[in-house]
Design a binder for this molecule. Structure first.
Ligand code: TLP
Length: 349
């Protein structure tokens, strides 16, 4: 079956151009710093985000973890949102492997954390307390609907970080979606931060990998952390080659995904029984809930959609996430809406 896979933008397969680049990539041992393709990708990524250096890592999870471990020591504390990916979906790596304590602040529906609460979370210099070392933002914010955090807000957090001597990391897994949605340069969004991770393997379509960017000194530390975590990947230029094509060809097309997410949302909004989140979509994610007249659970609806070739994410008992990406075209959106409608109508009979 030709699936219409809306579960995530992580499901994207490499484009033919990526596969061709992978086949002819120049390679070397990256742990010796000798893979020319990885070196090129890291330099390109750093320059796109206005940082001195980059580090190719196997995943966004490892990028965030290597950053936290490079910034913080055991017993230090990092401040982040209670709905952040790093807190919810990265298996508690910073605490488990680094002894770094998460200090949670409530995420507002727009993905931000209240600025006064961030300031309030910074610990006084007292031996009772852990040492506040780092603040982490996420842009776009996944669990908050894929919303983009503004440059103004990012700068305001940067100012707090400066004022209190905190380091500032951005989980920019989808920073290029944020930049496209707000029509700002990703470099600017990364400007106030000390480090930023972004993913090649989501909306940019590469099969594997993320890049962590920051100062040359920070990246040297993070490189050691990557090694510690088992992320030194030798001739991984075969993967970086696809990442280079992703940076060259896939960033400019992200607005198409946002447009299709809007089409999807407006189609689904017409179906009685489905309640779209207010404001959805901000970028490439559509969030919706089943209303009370639907007796099926979200998993049951997802199961029936799957039988008809449509894959969707279930994020709670009655809630879905649908994500658009480069393998979803206009026809796919039409089919998804039509099939959703059929499944919901059938369930009401
Ligand atoms: N997110 C995945 C799942 O883990 C939920 C998805 O399908 O959206 N930061 C953010 C904001 C992310 O959304 C993700 C992946 C990551 C980091 C981790 O990236 P990977 O999967 O490469 O470790």
């Amino acid at each position: 079956m030709d699936w219409i896979d809306l579960r995530s933008d992580t499901v994207t397969l490499p484009t033919p151009q990526m596969r061709a680049a992978m086949a002819k990539a120049e390679l070397g041992d990256d742990v010796y710093g000798e893979d020319p393709t990885i070196n090129r990708l890291e330099a390109m990524a750093a320059s796109l985000l206005g940082k001195e250096a980059g580090l190719f890592v196997p995943s966004g999870t490892m990028g965030n973890l290597a950053a936290i471990l490079a910034h913080c020591g055991r017993g230090d504390e990092f401040i982040l949102g209670h709905l952040s990916h790093t807190f919810l979906y990265e298996a508690g790596g910073a605490a488990a492997l680094g002894g770094v304590n998460p200090h949670l602040i409530t995420n507002q529906p727009d993905g931000t954390m209240n600025l006064e609460e961030i300031e309030g979370a910074v610990r006084a210099d007292d031996p009772h307390f852990p040492i506040s070392r780092l603040v982490v933002l996420e842009n776009t914010h996944n669990r908050c609907g894929g919303v983009a955090l503004t440059l103004e807000y990012t700068k305001a957090v940067g100012e707090i970080a400066n004022q209190y001597g905190l380091l500032f990391h951005l989980d920019g897994a989808r920073i290029f979606n944020a930049a496209a949605a707000m029509n700002v340069d990703a470099k600017e969004l990364a400007g106030p931060t000390d480090s930023v991770t972004f993913c090649l393997s989501k909306g940019l379509g590469a099969p594997v990998g993320s890049v962590l960017c920051g100062s040359a000194e920070f990246i040297a530390k993070a490189r050691r952390m990557r090694k510690q975590l088992g992320g030194g990947m030798r001739q991984a230029g075969v993967l970086a080659a696809a990442g280079i094509v992703a940076l060259e060809t896939m960033i400019a097309r992200l607005p198409e995904d946002h447009k299709r997410a809007s089409l999807l949302a407006s189609g689904l909004a017409q179906i009685p029984g489905l309640i779209l989140d207010p404001g959805t979509p901000y970028t490439n994610m559509v969030f919706l809930t089943l209303d009370d007249q639907i007796t099926l659970s979200a998993s049951e609806v997802a199961g029936r959609l799957k039988e008809r070739g449509i894959l969707v994410g279930v994020t709670a008992k009655r809630r879905f996430r649908l994500v658009t990406h480069c393998w979803i075209d206009d026809l796919g959106i039409d089919q998804a809406v039509t099939t959703f409608n059929e499944v919901i109508q059938d369930s009401m009979i």
